[in-house]
Design a protein around this ligand. Structure first.
Ligand code: UD1
Ligand code: MG
Length: 453
């Protein structure tokens, strides 16, 4: 049976105190609703519908270019009404899974179990027992333990309020049932809303089977209403990631002080010091060492490389056994071949550094192609930009760039060539030649020190 997912995301999120719609607030660097959409996609649904309302323009911007059906709920009349906005686009033969855009950490396993029940013609609910069930819809069961109804907190009797099993809001059922029941909902309740939860009583009255399953952890079904809850979930999620990578063979010197924000993969015997942030798509090989306060974003670091403290690597590729930092900045388009070194206070951009080449100190190298075994001295600058256009610098194999050289691009330094320290190189240096371009030193032996007048 085809699966269709409906994600509710029309609510206001007043308690976030934000201009940004609640579901766009990021968790681990990704909007909450993005997490929900991604987990939904993992179930290979025929369609995913997102119900938007508050902050719809911003939400639609974020959702554009994704294969989604966006249903607009102009007035927030309740969860039942919200689901109903998507129904015209839902195939009656399908199974429907309802998710919330502000419950970001729901797991695939849990959803698969829920959907499996619904595919066997059941109304499948995800419930959880809470020590403090305040505010949630309560699961009402009959004497034999079968679910009979969900009663919202505001509508519950004193007896019902003592029930600790609550409705997470996540449920799955055959679309045909929803199509029958949604038009029959009434708003005659404490909140004057069309409650999706009223369909449970309809199912029970029609003697249709209702299954209730539980997630493996409370956090999976935790909704976010304010920034405190968002921060709590963020820490829980980060701890899970940290535990995962430790079990996979990484040493995290403090698992509470490392953040994973994106699609990260880490090899074995990798050591990560404190305050490291992994962001975007990051691939780290085996035996890599990452010092304190490093940011690794959209990059690949191959086996045996060492990244010393306070380095930033962005959209770059680092081969085996490279040495980076401390205080290095690899900007987009940097590619280091085996054993290359980029030392302290060095910035690179769109630069390919050949095997074993070094830029050890205080340099800017941008738009450059550097061969193997070259040594770029301290204070070297590629003058790659004339204020309008960018130009390329080529440095040959085994070249030696003297300290404080300015390479005015476009310019080429041949294989084995050398530049004199302090040179401003504007013309090509042939292979193995020395290029010197600086004022000659004059020593005035008759010079007298000034005396105080
Ligand atoms: C809902 C459930 C409650 C459950 C709780 C779990 C109902 C009637 N109640 O209550 O049983 O314990 O969630 O957190 O379903 N939304 C819309 N449009 C609307 C109303 C809501 O899109 O008109 C969305 C919200 O953005 C949110 C979700 O639906 O993502 C739940 O809405 P919310 O107002 O938080 O429902 P609760 O009253 O908490
Ligand atoms: Mg709620």
């Amino acid at each position: 049976m085809a699966l269709e997912v409906i994600i509710l995301a029309a609510g206001q999120g007043t308690r976030m105190k934000s201009q940004l719609p609640k579901v766009l607030h990021p968790l681990a660097g990704k909007p909450m609703v993005g997490h929900v959409i991604d987990i939904a996609s993992e179930l290979s649904p025929a369609k995913v519908h997102v119900v938007v309302g508050h902050g719809a323009p911003l939400l639609k911007d974020y959702l554009a270019d994704r294969p989604l059906n966006i249903a607009e709920q102009t007035e927030q009349l309740g969860t039942g009404h919200a689901v109903d906005q998507a129904m015209p686009h839902v195939d009656s033969e399908s199974t429907v899974l309802v998710l919330y855009g502000d419950v970001p950490l729901i797991k695939k396993d849990t959803l698969e179990q829920l959907v499996a029940r619904a595919e066997h013609s059941k109304l499948a609910l995800l419930t959880v027992e809470l020590a403090d069930p305040t505010g949630y819809g309560r699961i009402v069961r009959n004497v034999t333990g079968d679910v009979e109804a969900i009663v919202e907190h505001k509508d519950a009797s004193a007896e019902q309020l003592s029930i600790q099993e609550i409705n997470t809001g996540i449920l799955a059922l055959p679309a045909a049932w929803l199509k029958d029941w949604l038009p029959a909902l009434s708003s005659d309740n404490a909140q004057g809303e069309y409650y999706l939860t009223d369909i449970i009583e309809m199912a029970a009255k029609a003697d249709l089977p209702i299954a209730a399953i539980q997630p493996s952890s409370e956090q999976e079904v935790q909704g976010v209403n304010n920034r405190l809850q968002l921060a709590e979930l963020e820490r829980w999620y980060q701890r899970q990631q940290a535990d995962h990578w430790m079990t996979q063979g990484a040493t995290l010197l403090d698992p509470l002080r490392v953040d994973f924000r994106g699609d990260i993969k880490i090899g074995q015997d990798v050591t990560v010091d404190i305050n490291v942030i992994f962001e975007g798509r990051v691939r780290v090989g085996n035996n890599v060492s990452i010092g304190a306060n490093c940011i690794l974003k959209d990059c690949e670091i191959a086996d045996g490389s060492v990244i010393n403290a306070n380095s930033m690597i962005d959209d770059s590729k680092v081969a085996e056994n490279c040495l980076i930092g401390p205080f290095a900045r690899l900007r987009p388009g940097t590619r280091l071949d085996k054993g290359a070194k980029v030392g302290n206070f060095v910035e690179t951009k769109k630069t390919h550094l050949g095997e074993g080449s070094k830029i050890n100190h205080l340099s800017y190298v941008g738009d450059a192609e550097v061969g193997c075994g070259a040594n770029i001295g301290a204070g070297t600058i590629t003058c790659n930009y004339d204020g309008v256009n960018k130009f390329k610098t080529e440095i040959g194999n085994g070249a030696f760039i003297g300290s404080n050289t300015s390479l005015v691009a476009p310019v080429k330094v041949g294989d084995g060539a050398t530049t004199g320290a302090g040179s401003t190189i504007t013309k090509e240096i042939p292979d193995n030649a020395l290029g010197v371009a600086r004022g000659r030193q004059t020593n005035l032996t008759s010079w007298k020190k000034p005396v105080k007048q």
